[in-house]
Write a new protein. Structure first.
Length: 293
């Protein structure tokens, strides 16, 4: 299919990448493109040229964007909507001559914010009308959102991905967790952390000691480290997911780890394709923008 018949463009504009889809009026994807012109490498006057470069061969049509493009360091700051509220705010924030940015969500107590994930939540709800429960969105900063009656009631962020990267890259455990994976080791780490989350700091150093004294393989140490951190996150968010319907939005290995960890706690979760949820959310936002008074 040719992008020349596109009537609008969907954009997922994060910190490291810009992804765009040329969309038909019926919501069909006609073409897609990606660049590394994420928010983190652009100055405020660089966003419009970055978008124009990536879509140069497409019609110059309206753009609906989500993600860090609407942050304080982004193109234009899109003010947060306060929960409890629907994941999509009533108004989009204009940027440039054709782009409209979806606002993120905020929570005042305990303080928390999200940008981009609200669009995936909206997309999931569009694909699953009437669904109530908890949505987990794994990533560098994993979000847990409690959804009821079409609204995000509350949410919580865990910096588990950041912690894993920092520990494996900048602590003594970098010598013991270089590569590889061990599924059994991961589940053991999850169980250890859930059983005794207060022991997390001491269990981390034990991975190094076991490597030195008992030849613990790097693959097992790496998987147990991940399990310990995700297990500690599950312990901290237990009030969210326990006894709830759970959906995990994400592609690939990381989302699968959360599904496995939850399943081991007799908390079955459904894994949902992240791109499909994002596109469904952007499409819902475009529909509301197009039909505005």
């Amino acid at each position: 299919m040719s992008p020349t018949s596109a009537t609008w463009i969907a954009a997922d504009w994060g910190t490291t990448h810009l992804r765009v889809w040329a969309m038909s009026s019926s919501g069909t994807v006609l073409a897609q493109a990606t660049s590394d012109d994420g928010m983190g490498r652009l100055t405020r006057d660089g966003f419009a040229p970055a978008l124009d470069r990536l879509t140069a061969d497409w019609p110059r049509v309206p753009v609906i964007a989500c993600g860090m493009v609407g942050s304080r360091q982004g193109w234009v700051e899109a003010a947060y909507a306060a929960v409890p509220c629907p994941p999509l705010a009533d108004d989009l924030t204009a940027a440039g001559d054709r782009t409209h940015i979806i606002p993120g969500l905020k929570q005042t107590a305990p303080a928390d914010v999200m940008r981009g994930e609200e669009t995936q939540v909206a997309g999931f709800l569009a694909l699953n009308p009437g669904w109530d429960g908890v949505i987990c969105l794994p990533g560098t900063h994993t979000k847990w959102a409690h959804v009821s009656a079409g609204e995000v009631v509350s949410f919580q962020t865990a910096m588990t991905g950041d912690l894993f990267a920092a520990i494996t890259g900048h602590t003594v455990l970098r010598h013991s967790t270089a590569a590889g994976w061990d599924d059994a080791g991961f589940l053991l780490g999850v169980d250890e952390a859930l059983s005794h989350p207060e022991r997390l700091a001491t269990r981390l150093f034990s991975l190094r000691a076991e490597g030195l004294l008992n030849a613990l393989p790097d693959a097992t140490a790496r998987a147990r480290l991940s399990g310990l951190l995700i297990g500690a996150e599950l312990a901290a968010t237990r009030a969210y997911w326990l006894g709830q319907q759970i959906a995990v939005i994400g592609a690939g290995t990381l989302a699968g780890l959360y599904v496995a960890a939850l399943g081991a706690q007799a908390a079955p979760a459904t894994q949902v394709n992240a791109d499909r949820a994002t596109l469904a959310g952007l499409t819902a936002a475009h529909r509301r923008w197009k039909d505005r008074p």
